[in-house]
Design a protein around this ligand. Structure first.
Ligand code: ITT
Length: 197
């Protein structure tokens, strides 16, 4: 594929997505490369709805195929919160530090054995011609009682990855990009593009 628009402003996602698209697309642009990129109102109740809305607006705005990532953290003992509200768990405009502080406080009375959680990633691929495809990924883990690690972004320091003795923020970028929810969704997107070529 020659030119793909990635409909995200999240710097952490952009770093990971650029690596995940390596060798697949000639030119990748993100929302950060345009001055007037549309600000999609994420009012869907599912990751799919929000991802589709972001990708459709980006394809319409740019005239190029667009890919949107809607993702988040789902904590079983919190009835799935923060879920689709992950980016604004501590309020609109809240940053990672405030969101992580809220997560720690919501989880403080949850015992060790009930801290199961998962990161979910839903990718929506939309072309100006009207093709729409969805790819999903999920990784299971547990919520820690204190932050660990400096890598990644968002809730990574509070997420102990199942099967690893480390938090997501303690993984190298290449390691996170081989196992994460985002990596799994991108693997499916890559397979789709290869079969479409
Ligand atoms: P865009 O809509 O511009 O892509 P956003 O940050 O608002 O940026 P989302 O609505 O998809 O994106 O919210 C995703 C939030 O979920 C993100 O801000 C993080 O708090 C969290 N999240 C998603 N993927 C994550 C990851 O790999 N590691 C840690 N936290 C993640």
């Amino acid at each position: 594929m020659k030119h793909l628009i990635v409909a995200t402003r999240n710097r952490g996602k952009i770093v990971e997505i650029n690596a995940l698209l390596a060798g697949l697309v000639d030119q990748v642009s993100s929302a950060a490369d345009f001055v007037d990129f549309p600000e999609t109102v994420e009012d869907g109740v599912t990751f799919e709805e929000n991802a589709l809305k972001k990708a459709r607006e980006a394809a319409r705005f740019s005239g190029f195929p667009a890919l949107a990532d809607d993702s988040g953290l789902v904590v079983d003992a919190l009835d799935g919160r923060p879920g689709v509200f992950s980016a604004r768990y501590a309020g609109i405009g809240a940053g990672d530090a405030a969101n992580n502080a809220r997560l720690l406080s919501e989880c403080q009375n949850i015992p060790e054995e009930h801290r199961q959680a998962a990161f979910i990633c839903v990718l929506a691929f939309v072309t100006p011609e009207g093709i729409e495809q969805i790819f999903t990924g999920r990784i299971a883990g547990r919520i820690l009682s204190a932050a660990r690690g400096e890598g990644g972004f968002g809730y990574d320091p509070l997420f102990l990855v199942d099967g690893f003795e480390r938090s997501m923020a303690e993984l190298e970028l290449a390691e996170k990009n081989s196992v994460s929810h985002r990596a799994q969704a991108f693997r499916k997107f890559r397979e789709y593009l290869v079969t479409m070529a």
